[in-house]
Design a protein around this ligand. Sequence first.
Ligand SMILES: [Fe+2]
Ligand SMILES: [Fe+2]
Length: 494
Amino acid sequence: MASPDVTKTNSPKGLDEKSSSKSSQAYLLEQGRNLIYQLYASLKTAQIYERSNLAYVKQSESLFNLVKGLLEKEEKIILSSKEGYLFLNETRLKFGFEGYLSSKFILEIFRKVQFESLFVSPEATKEELDELVSLLAHANYDCDDPFGRLERKAADLGLQHIKLEKFAEEWEIGDEASPENRKKVAKKRFFKTLSVAQEVVESAKTGRSINTVKSKRAIQFLIDQLIHDEINFMSLTAIKNFDEYTFAHSVNVCILSVALGSRLGLSKKELSELGYAALFHDIGKVRIPLAILNKPDELDECEWKEMRKHPILGVKALLSTRALDKFSLRAMVVAFEHHLKLDLSGYPQLLFKKDLNLYSRIVTVADVYDSMTSGRVYAKVPLTPDVALKRMMEQIGRGFDPLLLKVFINMLGIYPVGSVVLLNTGEVGVVMKSNPDELSRPEMAIIADRKGKKDKIELVDLASIDEKTGEYKRTVIKTIEPRPYKLDIARYIY
Ligand SMILES: [Fe+2]
Ligand SMILES: [Fe+2]
């Protein structure tokens, strides 16, 4: 007698799961298309007819049945719009000619009301679905906050099992936001910018033109939030992700440059141009062979020659942007000049004397600092933030604009975020937040006491005074090298 399990045992491991996930994807794809079409038909009908009209009743019933059917198979429905595509429970919906109109209409509703996702849970009633359709069909897009208005109306109507989530890009950090939320938003924005940088690098690699609109939007949001929450953003630059070095480095240089530019009093528009230029300063590196970029040892003369081409290659890559506007032109100047020192030594070699652009001088400071603290290019091992700043001070005037460097150091504090320090109490701490009023007294996490490691991290403020003695509770003695202690600094900061 043949075993009933023969086929199962003979099939390669994971095949069943794969084919079932494939069929579930196909199901979602098909039902997703139907859902979009039905939603479109219901919204259109709701815009014309009263709820009691037979045409409306029919559409409303079809929509409810479709949703109910879907919820019998799926735990919930999440319909979302990301980067111009519609998704049903993470499955991207693709539309042919027949679905073009309906999908475009629904995407437009998402965009105008400024929401990213629509959640429907299994308990949702037909009445709730009707209310949602009516709200979306008659939403006022011309007001300041269409999403907020819609959300309030939905709450008034008591929609409990249908929820809308706002576009992540629209998140703002209000002054009243809790520190935790501010940190979360800063982090989200940082990684979003990182992914835009990644996309840009990918398209430059394959020779496609760079999407300037998307990058400008990402920078705009970054700047808006940076103005609100500079400290949290600057602490994010302590992330040194070696696998994605070029992206993380580009975003770090962007954040540090914009923060420095804002200290210098640049306008919001100027900061946008500066941020854009900073994000693309190393774009020419996409044309340098990976073997050279990732070489763990010193580069030989021939490899250096290749590496020194990246400023000019950057200009070429930026020339292929879709729209050659002020942003791209500024970015080209910065890409070309960011390895030129104040005395015009460095590269590329110039045939004539010229003054370096202010944006280039700003980006150079941020670039060298981030590279030094990442242990790439300028030093094989990462330097601690304070040592990097000291090294840069040694080159003041010749290498860097003295004023810019001084403002930069003042901005980061004597002990920048991520510095590891030894305190007069014998404890070891990692700087978490600089203190603009007292540069030598930042906030930090105590990670080890006199005897060694601590089980629990303690957060302290070096500006706090011991009430009994009237003296500071803790003071920094010196900075220490984190590597011998195998400390993963990022772990303490995030
Ligand atoms: Fe560079
Ligand atoms: Fe760089």
